[in-house]
Design a protein around this ligand. Structure first.
Ligand code: ASP
Ligand code: MG
Length: 472
């Protein structure tokens, strides 16, 4: 049995890796948790992933030259290394690590630029550099401060499918690698310092876990060690206090949610709330691992969000609201569809084959029409491919698309088996004269989603927020 009673996996976002002050704050966080085991997972420094992605996106237009991008990144990382690493030995190790990375990056970018070669596999190879730079600097910094640290690049820890830029982990293989490499380090009271975001496909190429994927890295590490260290917890250090009852852009008195179940949080994460990576809750829920989102600028703050497996049904039947402002509504309508099996399948197939994501679906039992919500950017294409298809291009079927709408959703585990919630939502909206264009409720009954006119989004969210007293 291990002598270590508790392990915390800390994910440090870009906003934690800014200047000497923020790195010093990382020291105090480590010290706070060091009576147990500590694992650190780091994101890229702010703006770096975007910059690398932009190089890929603009490659055809020749807007960014590889040399300029590489020089800028090298300067940025060397500058912070010089600012925070005070002893010459570690500074020189960090500098030569950064120079090696720079040379590798330069070779890749030059090849891409010269051949105009852009594909998701190369994109991952490129954007993974952000975390390699930042995490190596964090590692040498901690070493220079005398902390017992070990550096890991996660392509040796996390194995995924080959869905580049949005890869999904192979859990069993990943768990084995992490068990073998990370557990002994923690046992030895050392601190693993791990690159977030990046991983490796079974074929051996670099992959990434999707934007914000370092959250997912942290929860995968926790998932893989919790059978050994029973009391493992994850803390995601962010630049916000935690999850809010609504986006403050729409609802002024939105309030911090102190406690939320994984089931509810997943409804929020998958749908518009950009605060956490949507997949990162799944490994935690499965192993019942607690999670906290805390504000890095107030590490000792008592206000933060805790995630648990229990369903917290108290008076808060409705927990939070979420919204997707820029969506379009596609309606496929016609008596020819009634009782015709395969209609929905065909619809999904056509959109799926064209890489169009369906956000919400609703069909009334008359079967006379099916309503779909897609991203606003996909509106015209959805309309075109459906009209061009044999199945839906027929005379008796009408396809209609509008794009001045938004999607809002009301989320709460307490909604399950509680009658009258929908009635209260609809009443709150009708009192403000807001028209509901389409509705969907999944059978989990934890989410009621509605399409409303875009101009009403703020007022609608505020009205529902008030009706359920979410700011109290
Ligand atoms: N650097 C990656 C991104 O910006 C991953 C992360 O920050 O978690 O999406
Ligand atoms: Mg980031």
């Amino acid at each position: 049995m291990s002598l270590i009673s508790e392990v915390t996996v800390h994910k440090l976002g870009g906003s934690c890796l800014v200047d000497e002050k923020s790195f010093e704050k990382i020291l105090s966080i480590i010290d706070n948790y060091r009576n147990g085991g500590v694992v650190l997972v780091a994101s890229a420094m702010q703006g770096v992933t975007n910059q690398l992605l932009k190089f890929m996106q603009d490659c055809n237009s020749r807007a960014m030259k590889p040399d300029d991008v590489v020089r800028e990144l090298q300067d940025k990382h060397l500058k912070i290394a010089h600012e925070i690493i005070k002893d010459s030995e570690n500074l020189s190790l960090a500098s030569s690590f950064i120079s090696d990375l720079t040379a590798q990056l330069k070779a890749v970018l030059t090849k891409i630029y010269d051949l105009c070669l852009i594909n998701p596999q190369l994109t991952d190879q490129v954007i993974a550099f952000g975390e390699r730079f930042s995490t190596s600097i964090l590692y040498y910094y901690l070493k220079s401060k005398g902390y017992p640290v070990r550096f890991f690049q996660a392509d040796n820890l996390i194995i995924t499918d080959n869905n580049y830029t949005n890869a999904l982990p192979k859990l069993d293989k990943t768990k084995k690698l992490i068990e073998n490499q990370i557990i002994p380090v923690i046992e030895n009271m050392e601190i693993p310092v791990i690159t977030g975001f990046l991983a490796r496909s079974e074929e051996g190429f670099v992959t990434t876990l999707g934007r914000g994927g370092s959250d997912f890295t942290a929860t995968l590490i926790a998932y893989s060690i919790v059978d050994f260290f029973k009391r493992t917890k994850v803390i995601l250090w962010k630049d916000v206090d935690g999850l809010l009852t609504a986006n403050p852009k729409y609802v002024q008195n939105a309030k911090l949610i102190k406690n939320i179940s994984y089931k509810e949080a997943k409804e929020l994460a998958f749908f518009g709330s950009k605060i956490i990576h949507p997949m990162c809750l799944i490994p935690l829920e499965e192993k019942k691992i607690p999670l906290e989102i805390r504000n890095f600028s107030k590490p000792l703050n008592s206000d933060y969000t805790t995630f648990t497996t229990e369903r917290m049904v108290k008076k808060d039947i409705v927990k939070a609201l979420t919204a997707k402002e820029d969506v379009a509504l596609i309606t496929v309508e016609g008596a020819a569809m009634v009782s015709l099996p395969g209609t929905a399948a065909k619809l999904f197939e056509i959109l799926g084959n064209n890489n169009i994501n369906i956000i919400m679906i609703s069909q009334a039992s008359s079967e006379n029409n099916i309503t779909l919500v897609v991203d606003r950017a996909d509106k015209n294409r959805s309309e075109e491919v459906l009209k061009a298809s044999n199945f839906f291009g027929r005379r008796w079927i009408k396809i209609n698309a509008i794009n001045d709408v938004s999607l809002i959703a009301v989320v709460g585990a307490g909604m399950l088996n509680t009658p009258g919630i929908a009635a209260r939502i609809f009443k709150a909206l009708s009192e403000k004269n807001i028209n509901i264009i389409a509705i969907a409720q999944g059978s989990s009954e934890m989410n009621i989603s509605m399409v409303i006119p875009r101009k009403d989004i703020s007022q609608a969210l505020q009205a529902i927020h008030d009706e359920f007293g979410l700011s109290n």
